[in-house]
Structure formats: structure tokens, C-alpha cells
Design a protein around this ligand. Sequence first.
Ligand SMILES: NC(=O)C1=CN([C@@H]2O[C@H](COP(=O)(O)OP(=O)(O)OC[C@H]3O[C@@H](n4cnc5c(N)ncnc54)[C@H](O)[C@@H]3O)[C@@H](O)[C@H]2O)C=CC1
Ligand SMILES: O=C([O-])CC(=O)C(=O)O
Length: 340
Amino acid sequence: MVKAVVLGAAGGIGQPLSLLLKTNPLISELALYDIVNTPGVAADLSHIATPAKVQGFLPPDDGLKKALTGADIVVIPAGVPRKPGMTRLGIAFRDDLFKINAGIVRDLATGIATTAPKAFVLVISNPVNSTVPIVAEVFKKNGVFDPKRIFGVTTLDVVRASTFVSEILGDFSLAPSIKIPVVGGHSGVTIIPLLSQSSHPLPSSLKQDALDALVYRIQFGGDEVVKAKDGAGSATLSMAYAGAEFAEKILRAVKGEKGIVAPTYVHLSADKAGGDAIKKEIGKDLDFFSAPVELGPDGVVKINSLGKVTEYEQKLIQAALPDLATNIEKGSSFIDAPKL
Ligand SMILES: NC(=O)C1=CN([C@@H]2O[C@H](COP(=O)(O)OP(=O)(O)OC[C@H]3O[C@@H](n4cnc5c(N)ncnc54)[C@H](O)[C@@H]3O)[C@@H](O)[C@H]2O)C=CC1
Ligand SMILES: O=C([O-])CC(=O)C(=O)O
């Protein structure tokens, strides 16, 4: 029996993500929580002939607690998305996104820490580089922090890398089999695609400016969608796909499947030796980093090395570090200093 919970289940990501989780045969119970509309979304999904029993919950009558009771895996796409002109973190508009989402994530994390502290927590809400540290701090405050069980979902960057490389290779049918580690964090220059390790090498004729453009497209893929949606939000459907894919990997690992590895943004103490090795590779003592992580029944088994990186990729890593450090500090200090 596996109970999955979606917090923010009525939103742009929440609805298609809940649909995909409802169709996952590994899930037997699906609880949908949001501040609006979950009874309708749950009723709708509950007619689908798959095993998961679906229920919707709202804040009144302890809805969050009821949704989370007995949870094995909790996915959090709650919060506001970007509008054109906003970035995920930083000054002005971006601070508005952080301010709102930081408080939402803190409150939801408190609910998980007090009701389902052993659940795997998958954080989608932006800015991921800061919201994951918020969850970690809340768990520490409640004395239940287990770094092996808290994940920032960076799968959309991995999915985009596969898709965009398939385009360059001129064969979309390759997209599902192209594997590229994308490491670092989840915003702008903190997104580091290690294209030299692609399972399907880029053409040797690819010029430097085309490589730069590809890296830029992976780092700022979110902007493409924000612009195209023209005020109606950011990526939702591709994110739902990516979130469901990552959740499925966790569930397969829990069931005992071995050798499942996925890039994800974790606290580097989740595997002390592996985490220390990453710190050495990047040359900085960061608490969080997205690295290829081997998953098992209790979450993180091993944080894998970044492997052989080119000089170009080492520069991308170095360019990411200042932002990452600032983002992590911003999230971590939010719990101790809630006044912004
Ligand atoms: N990690 C990633 O790769 C990605 C992350 N995102 C982020 O995901 C988040 C959600 O995006 P969308 O679904 O497009 O937004 P949305 O606005 O369509 O949906 C958000 C949902 O959260 C709900 N919500 C707000 N406060 C809540 C609370 N306290 N408890 C429970 N639910 C609450 C809202 O009612 C709404 O239904 C945003 O922060 C966005 O930036 C988006 C795309 C990719
Ligand atoms: O760009 C955004 O704001 C949403 C996001 O995280 C993405 O699409 O990768």
C-alpha cells in the first residue's frame, strides 16, 4: 500500500500531476490537498479505472493533517508561478515569488514534519534552490530532519536537455533514451547540463556558439514557456510529466529496484562521503547541490560523483556557485528570520 499526497493539487501543475499519479499502478491511495477546488478534482479523477483511491481535502476541518496522515510520498507544487518579466529569485518581482512561496512551503513542510515525518518529500515549488532549504530547516526545527528523504525536483531540466539534444541530433524519437546529467540547482546559471556525458554524443561539428545556445536553452527553458503563455503562468504540463517521472523513480526504488539514479537537489549530508566528494569537485562547501543520486528503499543511497567534466563545464559550475550559495542562505535563514 502506497499513499501519495499532492499539496497544491488543484493548480496548473497539481492537476495533471495528480492525473499522472492516479494512473500509476504503484500508488494505492492518492490524497489531493489545496486551498481551493480539490473536491472537484478528486471526484473527477476518482472515476478513472486505476487502483488508486482518490480523496480531496481543503483547509477546514484539519484537511492538511487528514491528507497527510499515513503519507509515504508527498509532492509539493503549491505556490505562485512566474509571470513574464519575473525571474525565479533575486530582486524586485522575484522577491515577491520567494516571499509568497517561502511562507506556503514553510507551512506545508510543518504539516508534513508533524504528521508524516517519514514521508519522501518532493519539492517542486519555486525557487527550488531556496524552498528545499526551507523544508530542511522546518524538519530540523521539528527534530525529524532526514536528508535522505527530502528532494528538490530538477527533473524538468533533465527532460528538457534530452528533448533539446534530440532536436540537435535531428531525431525526436531519440528523446526518451537520451540521458544527460543536469546538476547544480534549478534556476538560470545554476542549471548545469553536463553535455559531454550525454548518452548520445553531440555532433563533433557542433560549433562553440551552438553549444552555448544549447546550454542557454536548457538553463532558461522556463522563460520560453513563460513568454509563450503570455501572462498565463509557467510550465505546468511538462513539469507534471517530470514530477510524475521522478516520483515513479522513488516508488520503484522503494519497491526494491536497484540502480535507479536521477539528478536531484539534495542536502549533501544525505550521503556524507558522496557529498564531501561533490564539495571537493566543485571546490565549495555548499549544503545543497543537485547531483546524480542513487535511490533506494530509504531514499538517498549514494550521491554520485559528477564524473569527468570538461573545462567548459567546470566554468559553468564555477559560474553557478555564487547564486547557489545566496539562494541556499536565503532559504535557510527564512526559518530563523521570517521577517523579510
Ligand atoms: N521545479 C520545477 O521545475 C518547476 C516549478 N514550478 C513551480 O511550481 C509552482 C506551482 O506552479 P503552478 O502549478 O503553475 O501554479 P498554480 O498557481 O497554477 O497552482 C498553484 C496551486 O497552489 C495552490 N496553493 C496556494 N497556496 C497553497 C497552500 N498554502 N496550500 C496548498 N495549496 C496552495 C493554489 O491554490 C494553486 O492551486 C510555482 O512555484 C512554480 O514556479 C513550475 C514549473 C517547474
Ligand atoms: O521557469 C519557471 O518559472 C518555472 C520553472 O521552474 C521551469 O519551467 O523550469
